[in-house]
Each structure stands twice: as structure tokens, then as C-alpha cells.
Design a protein around this ligand. Structure first.
Ligand code: PYC
Length: 404
């Protein structure tokens, strides 16, 4: 008899939840699982529960457009996302899991003088940090993307682009599953379909995480919940300068490979890449309102189609297969909030906005170090919550894939 789905071995099992853990990680997405993995691997801490109200990767980790890059605007951002890209480069072999990583290159188009100035600025900051990134001309763009319209008489003519060869895509679900399997093998408990309902704080420190399946005594709780970040932090009495907005995306039917690089237009609010299966994956900017809704809208696909066709008119016959939305935890400066809080034992890894997926490995690595040593590593010093009272913001809006 042939193998059926039931015969496939489970790659992690569901343990009974214990009534105490050394560390409780709230949010079983890429960041939560990576934090658990590096806590176990780099620091020998394995008495960890990763708790998710849904299945693992059901939030932003399973809803992003899987783009990786490190061509940011601030030195802090470039160093941080570049470390992540380096970790991604070795992750398939480290996790022994085919993550379908493709460094196909990443191109951010500029359509006006302001756009060109920002691309030059980013290229120079990137180069100073040793990141491969440069401004290219419309003819060079056309060579890399033959289907793109570089004619001068369009509504938004293409003047140039920031080209970043190491950028690309990776299979987002596989990254979640790879970290989950590796963390599980080191003894981490992955607890799915369990909702955190409260965090108890006594004398200024975390003592308990409450869930709809029972309470867990712990001295360390880590908020890795992206779109739900401010709700979870509120449970510990920690206010976050975070708002939540949906970000929509869509995918087409598969066609023969023709797009060999990620193409982004901030002005047209669109990014597109082609998967190994041949589908085109599109995303846009966040919806212009705060909401926890994960429903796609007709308005989004209408705008998306208009903008994609201004870039590549020959795609007009392609059909969309699916659309969806994820939730983005936006901060005022578009940089994350990472590290300790005023409540002892309550850590946050939030405020990712539209950058969370690319930061997964480095966020896990640095959060694990912060929790294990009690000290935020240098590479995330600038991302602490205290910057909103000291005024030392790390403005990263100019490196957003699209205008927000
Ligand atoms: O920042 O590259 C990016 C991005 C792509 C999709 C959402 N954010």
C-alpha cells in the first residue's frame, strides 16, 4: 500500500502544557520560534513554552510576501537587517530544511527626483556598511526586467532604481517549520491553539502567564505577537507606541518564469516577485486605518492591478488567484521595539511594521541573548523602548518598500 498523509512523521509533537516554564514566549510565529531556537542553541535554555492562539505561523509569518533585503536607510537598520540576511544565507543547512532561499536580487524603482535622492542616500549608507547596493539606470533596469515599461511618456516614468543583488525571497512557511522542528528537538514546547488571557505582575516583576487552558508560573514572558503586540503588552501594564494596521497581498495564477528579481515601486505602492511555482506575489502599503481585520478588499485589488499594469502592461491578462491581509504593528519611526521593559522579566520583540519577516533570525538571536544575559547586544541598542522618551528615534520610513 502507498503512503498516505497519515503516515508522514510529525515534525514536532504537541506536549501537554506544564504549569511552569523558565521562559514563556507569546506568539508562535517566526520571531517567537527563532527566539526559542537561539535560547536553546546558543544559551542552553530549553525550559521554554512557545504559545500561540492559532497554529504556528498563522499570523504575519504566514501572510507576508517573503521578501528579504538589507538595503535600509539608517546605519542601525542596515547592520541589523544585514545580520539577518547572513543568518538566512546559512539557515537551510543549519536547520536541515529546504527553505527555498533565492537571492534573486531586489530593485526599488524611483519615479521622481525625490525618489532618486533617497535611493542615492540609501546606496551610500549601504555601501559604507559593506552592503551590496547601488543606483542603476533605466536601461540597466530593462536588462534585468525585460517586461518593465521604461518609456518616458508614462504617468510615473522610471528614472532609476536602487539595486540590491543579495536581496530576494525565501519560503516563509518553511522558515517557521524549520525553526519549530529544531526548537522542538532541543526540548522547547510548542503549544498551539492556546490564547494568553493575562500576565500577572507582582512587585514589578512577571510571575504568571494566564491562558484559556490554564496558568503558567514563569519569571520571563516575551511578547512576540506583531499585530497584537499592544494588547499583550497592556496585560503586563506596559504601554507601547504601536498601532496595528492591515497589509494586503495577492497572488496570481502560475506562469512561466519571466521575472528574475523582486521589483518594488514606492510611488506606485506595489512590490512584485515570482515564486518557484511561477505565481506572481504582490503586496502594497498598509491600509490607511488601524484595524485588526484580515480580510482582503476589492478596493485593494483594483488599485494593485492599476499600479502593476503601469509598470508591466503586458500582465493585463493574468488572473489573481487569492488575496489576504496580515497585521502590522507600526511604530512612529518604523523601527522595532526590542528588549527589556519597566516590568522585570517582561520582554518585547514588537513594532515590526512591514519589516518583520526579514528580521526573524536576527531578532531571535538578539532577543535570546538579551534574555539569557540580561543585556541587550550592541546591534539592537538603538531599538529599546526608552528611545520614545529620550527622543533618539531611528527613522526608517524612507527605507519602506512602499510609501505608507
Ligand atoms: O520592506 O521589503 C519590505 C517589505 C515587503 C513587503 C512588506 N515589506
Amino acid at each position: 500500500k502507498g503512503l498516505t498523509q497519515e503516515d508522514w512523521p510529525e515534525i514536532w509533537s504537541e506536549p501537554d502544557m506544564k504549569d511552569s516554564y523558565e521562559v514563556v514566549i507569546i506568539g508562535g510565529g517566526l520571531h517567537g520560534l527563532a527566539t526559542a531556537y537561539y535560547l536553546a542553541k546558543n544559551h542552553g535554555i530549553t525550559d521554554i513554552a512557545v504559545i500561540d492562539k492559532n497554529y504556528i505561523g498563522a499570523g504575519g509569518s504566514g501572510r507576508n510576501t517573503s521578501i528579504l533585503r538589507s538595503n535600509y536607510l539608517t546605519p542601525e537598520g542596515v547592520k541589523f537587517y544585514d545580520r539577518s540576511l547572513k543568518l538566512y544565507e546559512q539557515l537551510s543547512s543549519e536547520l536541515n530544511f529546504n527553505l527555498m532561499f533565492s537571492q534573486m536580487g531586489h530593485m526599488s524603482l524611483a519615479h521622481d527626483d525625490g525618489g532618486m535622492r533617497t535611493m542615492q542616500w540609501r546606496a551610500q549608507v549601504n555601501q559604507v556598511q559593506g552592503v551590496d547596493s547601488k543606483v542603476i539606470t533605466p536601461d540597466e533596469i530593462k536588462e534585468l526586467v525585460p517586461y518593465i515599461d521604461i518609456s518616458k511618456d508614462t504617468r510615473y516614468p522610471i528614472l532609476g532604481a536602487l539595486y540590491h543583488p543579495p536581496g530576494g525571497t525565501i519560503r516563509h512557511d518553511a522558515v517557521v517549520w524549520g525553526y519549530a522542528r529544531a526548537a522542538h528537538e532541543m526540548g522547547v514546547h510548542i503549544i498551539q491553539h492556546t490564547e494568553v488571557t493575562g500576565i500577572d505582575v507582582e512587585n514589578g516583576r512577571v510571575t504568571r502567564v494566564r491562558t484559556d487552558k490554564g496558568n503558567i508560573a514563569t519569571g520571563t514572558a516575551v511578547n512576540c505577537t506583531a499585530g497584537w503586540a499592544s494588547l499583550i503588552s497592556d496585560m503586563a501594564g506596559v504601554r507601547m507606541p504601536v498601532t496595528t494596521s492591515p497589509l494586503q497581498a495577492a497572488v496570481t495564477e502560475p506562469v512561466k518564469p519571466f521575472l528574475g528579481t523582486v521589483v518594488v515601486s514606492g510611488t506606485l505602492h506595489v512590490y512584485v516577485s515570482q515564486t518557484d511555482r511561477g505565481e506572481l506575489v504582490f503586496g502594497a502599503s498598509v491600509d490607511p486605518f488601524t484595524s485588526y481585520s484580515m480580510r482582503g478588499t476589492l478596493e485593494f485589488v483594483e488599485g494593485l492591478a492599476t499600479n502593476v499594469l503601469s509598470l508591466m502592461p503586458s500582465l493585463s491578462k493574468m488572473r489573481l488567484l487569492r488575496q489576504w491581509a496580515g497585521l502590522c504593528d507600526m511604530t512612529p519611526d518604523y523601527s522595532p521595539i526590542m528588549g527589556e521593559t519597566e516590568v522585570e522579566g517582561f520582554y518585547v520583540d514588537v513594532g515590526w511594521g512591514t519589516y518583520g519577516f526579514k528580521a526573524g533570525p536576527v531578532a531571535g538571536e538578539t532577543m535570546a541573548e538579551t534574555i539569557a544575559t540580561g543585556k541587550r547586544p550592541e546591534i539592537i541598542q538603538g531599538f529599546g523602548l526608552e528611545r520614545f522618551s529620550s527622543g533618539q528615534l531611528v527613522g526608517e520610513k524612507g527605507a519602506a518598500a512602499v510609501g505608507h
